[in-house]
Design a protein around this ligand. Structure first.
Ligand code: AMP
Ligand code: MN
Ligand code: MN
Length: 329
């Protein structure tokens, strides 16, 4: 894993890249969450207000729950053909693989790459890296960068940034919530962020399907030592008539809520046979290290990785390592 965060971040180097750029490609990580989308859209709006051409992208289509976010339908799932860029910005992405198919090394490797992220496992893969694992969200870092530059924070920028803060802290409930996070949220609300709408749309409302998936997942969950885990095969989705091809319906967050559990894992079989693993840990335990060893990444309390299938082999490979992490606090 990377060395601890630099005490001083390269704010000015990042600001200079933004000021000098004219055509900017912004990339949110695959399977985008509220922080990836919120920080990408906020920076897109700010760059456009500075008179620059900015294109927000993400390999995967945003989930309909983010439909309330202005600009989300502008996020493109492919590179605009024939367009040239002079700066690339990677947001909320701990390594280059998280950029998915949008990042094309043969076209992009020669361009400056600005990495803005808060994952402790970040591999610092940019030309300039603004990485702060103490930030609740990438949105908080983008907020600080825009303030450093003196860029006006419009209501739409504030709303996008507040979405990142609220979703990555599960509405200020997770251990990454600091006094600075709350202060930022107050400021973003005053600037036009809609806390109630974001909380309801991005965190509370869900398709009925996902409740059935959650129920089936909970019913089959196992507890071994202090590790809880569950598997979601594609077959189960088909049986329950679940339309979404990925995701755990919030199951891993439910498993970690039990007193008897220090580490929780959910193994989701993807349509291509790979296995997406979501990991959670109680304070004092670290799943980021385990995820990083398996080619993924994340935060000590919430991390993930993608393993080759089949499902049973992925479980057999990871479970002993999770038990070890649960013993070694
Ligand atoms: P999730 O369980 O999908 O909510 O992810 C929890 C955390 O782990 C988030 O911060 C993700 O960005 C990170 N994460 C999930 N999957 C991966 C992966 N395959 N590679 C790197 N980081 C991941
Ligand atoms: Mn994210
Ligand atoms: Mn994030």
């Amino acid at each position: 894993m990377n060395t601890p965060p630099p005490t001083t971040l390269p704010w000015e180097a990042a600001a200079e890249l933004l000021r000098n750029a004219r055509r900017v490609l912004l990339i949110a990580h695959v399977s985008p969450d509220g922080d990836a989308l919120g920080s990408t859209l906020a920076l897109t709006f700010a760059l456009r207000n500075m008179g620059k051409h900015a294109v927000p992208t993400c390999q995967d289509q945003p989930h309909p729950r983010f439909g309330f976010l202005p600009g989300v339908h502008e996020v493109r799932q492919a590179l605009p053909p024939g367009e040239h860029f002079d700066l690339i910005i990677a947001l909320d992405s701990s390594d280059i693989a998280r950029l998915g198919t949008i990042y094309q090394p043969e076209q992009h490797a020669a361009l400056p790459l600005l990495v803005i992220d808060h994952h402790i496992t970040n591999t610092a893969f940019g030309t300039v890296n603004v990485i702060d694992p103490s930030a609740s969200s990438t949105a908080e870092i983008v907020f600080a960068l825009l303030k450093h530059m003196g860029t006006p924070i419009t209501p739409e920028i504030a709303n996008a940034l507040l979405t990142g803060v609220i979703t990555d802290t599960q509405a200020f409930r997770t251990s990454n919530t600091t006094p600075q996070t709350l202060a930022n949220a107050v400021e973003l609300m005053r600037l036009g962020g809609n806390l109630q709408e974001i909380t309801r749309q991005a965190l509370v409302l869900r398709p009925f399907d996902s409740l059935r998936l959650l129920g089936a997942g909970l019913a089959s969950a196992q507890l071994e030592e202090r590790v809880a885990y569950a598997v979601i095969p594609q077959k189960l989705r088909a049986e329950l008539g679940v339309r979404e091809e990925r995701g755990d319906g919030g199951l891993v967050g439910m498993l970690i809520s039990a007193y008897e559990v220090d580490i929780a894992a959910v193994f989701v079989e993807l349509p291509n046979g790979e296995v997406e693993v979501g990991l959670r840990a109680q304070p004092g335990f670290d799943v980021a290290q385990v995820a990083f060893e398996m080619g993924g990444g994340g935060h000590p309390a919430a991390a993930g990785c993608t393993l080759p299938g089949p499902l049973r082999e992925a479980v057999n490979r990871l479970l002993p390592r999770l038990k070890q992490a649960a013993r070694g606090r």
